[in-house]
Write a protein that binds this ligand. Structure first.
Ligand SMILES: [Zn+2]
Length: 563
């Protein structure tokens, strides 16, 4: 039987008697929460669906789509997307699932597919266990589907709660339930809930703790690790081929602090350190440290308790000290970083930070500097220079001033021209041209109508008619193109005046500014790039500037001495 178009199928769907062949997709999904539950394996699902299909002569299986292990609370599942691609192509017009929960458990999404998207695309949808077939249940049971979806929505929340509590129980029994083992540990090959020491990385952990007890701060430790090119957790993930890894991730002080504070290094497991709720799309709620429950001796420790406790004291002491320092130094002349987020490194492309500043004893500012955030690694480290803030501000200010002078000149020129333009010969010649072209087009249209009348009256043969008609059409097309071009030219010339002066006025208000301000930066400067021996400033108005230049240039040429 010949394949029908989607539209035809849709039409015929309305009549329940079916002699149409449906190009059918089997969709099966195994979700993590189903692991181990008998009767719901992928094989079982497919077998059941196939059994059902074998009794339906109008279903022809084209493809079986399987999503393995995704939760189903949203629709981002690879096989599901592939299937929808096929649906969009028209290669599939029927989807069979074992039950609605295979399809999705989010009420809004499922409902949207079943009630809007599938009917619109003319897709037949069969859910074997729910005895639902959109071909037959079109009218009577439309209410049933959203209702069931709501049930499944609650079900997903329920399952999420169950999974969370199952995780709790495993945590209580000291099993490792996290996604990624802490640095220095790997999963036991025999028991995925058990942590094993990774010999080399455990050495790194010991080093980090040792340095801290020797008085090094966490930021210095991070710098040293970067200098030694010790791989970070993210780099390891990248090397292992995980999609959440990063090739060039660096050690940061915060990561070091996290390690120093993690009791897993003394062989303890933390219970309920953040709870995972599946139904909310993996939102993590962090539980405060005071509510942590420690289960001791769950795995081999890397750090002895004495060292760990000493480090905890040091960490909280230095945190207190830092807070005090900030409070103590409130007399310092701190200034706002008006270039925040604007400065980039031209060598490695990374962001450029402002340091915490140097101050005299009386609190007066000596200087702030800017440095590339990738400066502190030796191998792939960035060779860019540190730049003094005052110097950088001066440079940007001078450059902006120069631009403003140019713009002021430009505005004067444009204003002059605009004044002249109002009755310029050029504009009126454009208007004249448009009138002529429109006239020609009008005539052509009339000719075409006459031509058809002649053909109908039998004055022309069909061949003569089509030949001339095509010629007229080509001419008319040509005229339209010309008209468009002249119109655009006219518009550009008449609008230019307002557009150009408008943006220039926006800038010129900074003309009398005596030093670089935040407002000036945010309006005029797009970004500042630090190169090895120079600074380049990208202005925000490059496009307009070019346009205005072109306008001045073109206008001058076209008008010649006419104005
Ligand atoms: Zn850099």
């Amino acid at each position: 039987m010949a394949r029908k178009s989607r539209k035809d199928l849709h039409k015929e769907n309305i009549q329940p008697q079916s002699e149409i062949l449906y190009y059918t997709a089997i969709y099966a999904r195994l979700s993590i929460e189903d692991n181990g539950i008998q009767g719901d394996s992928i094989e079982n699902q497919i077998e059941m669906i196939e059994k059902y299909i074998s009794k339906c002569q109008d279903l022809k299986v084209i493809h079986t789509f399987v999503d393995n292990g995704e939760t189903g609370t949203n629709f981002e599942r690879p096989a599901f997307s592939d299937m929808m691609e096929e649906v969009k192509k028209g290669a599939i017009n029927c989807i069979v699932v074992k039950d609605l929960s295979r399809f999705g458990r989010n009420y809004l999404e499922t409902g949207n597919y079943l009630e809007k998207i599938f009917p619109y695309l003319g897709i037949r949808f069969i859910s074997v266990n729910d005895h639902f077939d959109s071909l037959h249940d079109r009218k009577s049971d439309t209410l049933l589907v959203p209702l069931k979806s709501i049930l499944h929505d609650t079900y997903a929340k329920d399952i999420s709660r169950k999974v969370s509590s199952a995780i709790d129980i495993k945590k209580k029994s000291g099993k490792f339930m996290g996604k990624i083992p802490p640095y220095g540990y790997v999963r036991d090959e025999q028991d995925r809930y058990k942590l094993c020491v990774h010999t080399e990385r455990a050495e790194i952990i010991r080093m980090i703790f040792k340095w801290r007890t020797e008085g090094m701060g966490s930021v210095s430790i991070a710098h040293r690790l970067n200098d030694m090119t010790v791989p970070t957790q993210l780099q390891i993930r990248f090397a292992e081929g995980h999609h959440d890894g990063k090739e060039h991730a660096l050690w940061r002080g915060s990561a070091v602090v996290d390690i120093l504070k993690n009791p897993c290094y003394i062989g303890c497991m933390v219970e309920r350190k953040g709870s995972n709720l599946l139904c909310k799309g993996r939102e993590n709620k962090v539980i405060p440290e005071s509510e942590w429950n420690l289960i001791e001796n769950t795995h081999e420790p890397i750090i002895d308790k004495e060292t760990f406790e000493k480090v905890q004291r040091l960490v909280s002491e230095s945190r207190g000290k830092r807070k005090q320092q900030v409070a103590d130094k409130s007399y310092r002349q701190r200034t706002e970083n008006i270039l925040s987020g604007m400065v980039q490194c031209g060598i490695c492309g990374s962001g450029v930070h402002r340091d915490s500043g140097y101050f005299r004893k009386d609190g007066s500012l000596v200087h702030y500097s800017f440095y590339c955030s990738n400066k502190y690694i030796k191998t792939k480290g960035c060779s860019s220079r540190t730049v003094d803030e005052t110097e950088l501000h001066n440079y940007i200010f001078q450059a902006c001033k120069k631009q403003l002078e140019l713009l002021a000149d430009m505005k004067e020129l444009i204003d002059d021209m605009v004044e002249n333009q109002k009755n310029s010969r050029y504009i009126s010649s454009l208007k004249q041209e448009i009138r002529i072209l429109e006239d020609k087009q009008q005539k052509l249209r009339r000719k075409r109508n006459d031509l058809y009348a002649d053909f109908k009256d039998g004055l022309l043969t069909e061949r003569e008619y089509t030949f001339r008609r095509d010629k007229y059409m080509a001419d008319s097309e040509q005229l339209s193109i010309q008209l468009q071009a002249v119109n655009a030219e006219l518009q550009e010339n008449s609008q230019m005046s307002e557009v150009t002066t408008k943006w220039i006025s926006d800038f010129i208000c900074f003309k009398d500014t005596k030093k670089l301000t935040k407002e000036m930066c945010s309006v005029m400067v797009k970004k500042v790039v630090l190169n090895e021996n120079s600074v380049s400033i990208h202005f925000a108005f490059t496009d307009e500037y070019e346009k205005a230049l072109a306008f001045l240039d073109g206008y001058g040429k076209k008008c010649g001495g006419a104005t």
